[in-house]
Ligand binder design. Structure first.
Ligand SMILES: *Cc1c(COP(=O)(O)O)cnc(C)c1O
Length: 372
């Protein structure tokens, strides 16, 4: 049976493999494997794309978040507000930097932070907010920045799933104080391995980030603070420089696919389609399968049925962070009902720029048949 995968990275390589090979070979021949001009070039290109004065490349989106939190001096007395409906790294890095994540429930229509609930949890200890532009759907940064300004809070945007997303015609990662990107292969802009970057308009923060990513080193073998080894490899940087000029085209393809899903699935009963907003880049196309029947999740059954028809879907995310073993001691089930409901109901359909019309029609037909 021919299956339709949730994403297929080999298709993109078919398109630009020659350019990627050349870029990688160029780095290999240069002998500049770590640091150097390939990394510096990519940092400048990404800063220009996002629209910030500074970009610091690093080893992963997780390290980008961790170093951003260290750069704003998060300590054990600090609280950072974020969403429980996200990838673990968003909150995990707050904890590993020494702070405490404070969760706020999501808006069920967008899966992003419910901004109307933020002010209720702000305390004298609150230092920052991490909005996550989940699935590529931009957070209302106008409203969020107004809250942050009113309470003198730092905003670190988690842009891991939203390279190229825009709020009000402005790139995410350039609106808050710091933007954190991931180049994990399945993200909108993916490397051929791990990679990440941090964007900011604050030169002091950028300088600090460059120290942190290099063992806290401020001079030759001279260390003023504890840092980490979080460099982007030259090969990954050169590959990302090849891919960045294609990003907008790939985003347009994602948008066309999302629009087509909205049409193909518009009349199907029992599912709720994602909200389509301007500036969304559809890293995931996530439907909601309503509720449970006799304790059984209809979503899980649909996922299994689709699998038997060769359509492979993923669940992002099956367990909200406040119910994870590492965080649940401070929280209880039922505390964030919209996140908990989403965890039971969401299903991400195959979504990648090269998904063909035929494949999409097959996915839609399978969803219809399974729910009939
Ligand atoms: C992928 C992801 C990260 C972490 O990025 P890595 O490069 O995998 O470390 C952080 N936050 C969100 C929302 C993500 O999806």
């Amino acid at each position: 049976m021919k299956t339709i995968p949730p994403f297929d990275l080999s298709r993109q390589f078919e398109q630009i493999g020659t350019e990627i090979n050349q870029a990688a070979l160029q780095v290999l021949a240069s002998g500049r494997y770590i640091g150097g001009r390939f990394v510096e070039d990519f940092e400048q290109q990404l800063a220009a794309y996002v629209g910030t004065s500074e970009c610091v490349a690093c080893n992963s989106g997780t390290d980008a978040l961790y170093m951003a939190l260290r750069a704003i001096d998060i300590t054990q007395d600090d609280e950072v507000i974020t969403t429980p409906f996200t990838f673990i790294a968003t909150a995990e890095t707050v904890s590993s930097a020494g702070g405490t994540p404070i969760f706020v429930d999501i808006d069920p229509a967008t899966y992003n932070l419910d901004l109307s609930q933020i002010e209720a949890v702000i305390t004298p200890k609150t230092k920052a907010i991490i909005p996550v532009h989940l699935f590529g759907h931009p957070v209302d940064m106008t409203a969020l920045m107004a809250i942050a300004t009113r309470h003198n809070l730092i905003v670190i945007e988690d842009c891991a799933q939203s390279s190229g997303s825009q709020w009000n015609n402005q790139q995410v990662g350039s609106i808050g104080h710091i933007g954190c990107f991931s180049f994990y292969p399945t993200k909108n802009l993916g490397a051929c391995g791990d990679g990440g970057a941090i964007t900011t308009n604050d030169p002091t923060i950028a300088k600090r980030l460059r120290v942190l990513r290099d063992h806290g080193r401020t001079d030759v073998y001279y260390h003023e603070e504890f840092g980490l080894n979080s460099r982007l490899d030259g090969i990954q940087a050169a590959i990302l420089s090849v891919k960045l000029p294609y990003l907008n085209q790939w985003i347009e393809q994602r948008r066309a696919i999302a629009n087509r899903y909205q049409e193909l699935l518009g009349a199907v009963k029992g599912i709720i389609l994602p909200q389509s907003v301007k500036g969304c880049t559809w890293n995931q196309y996530t439907i909601r399968v309503e509720s449970q029947i006799e304790g059984e999740s209809v979503r899980d059954r649909l996922r299994e049925d689709l699998k038997s028809k060769g359509v492979l879907c993923n669940v992002y995310y099956p367990l909200p962070l406040h119910l994870q073993p590492i965080y649940r001691s401070g929280y209880s089930p039922g505390q964030f009902p919209h996140s908990e409901k989403a965890a039971i109901e969401v299903l991400s359909l195959p979504m990648f720029p090269e998904l063909t019309l035929d494949q999409q029609q097959e996915v839609a037909a399978a969803v219809k048949a399974c729910l009939a």
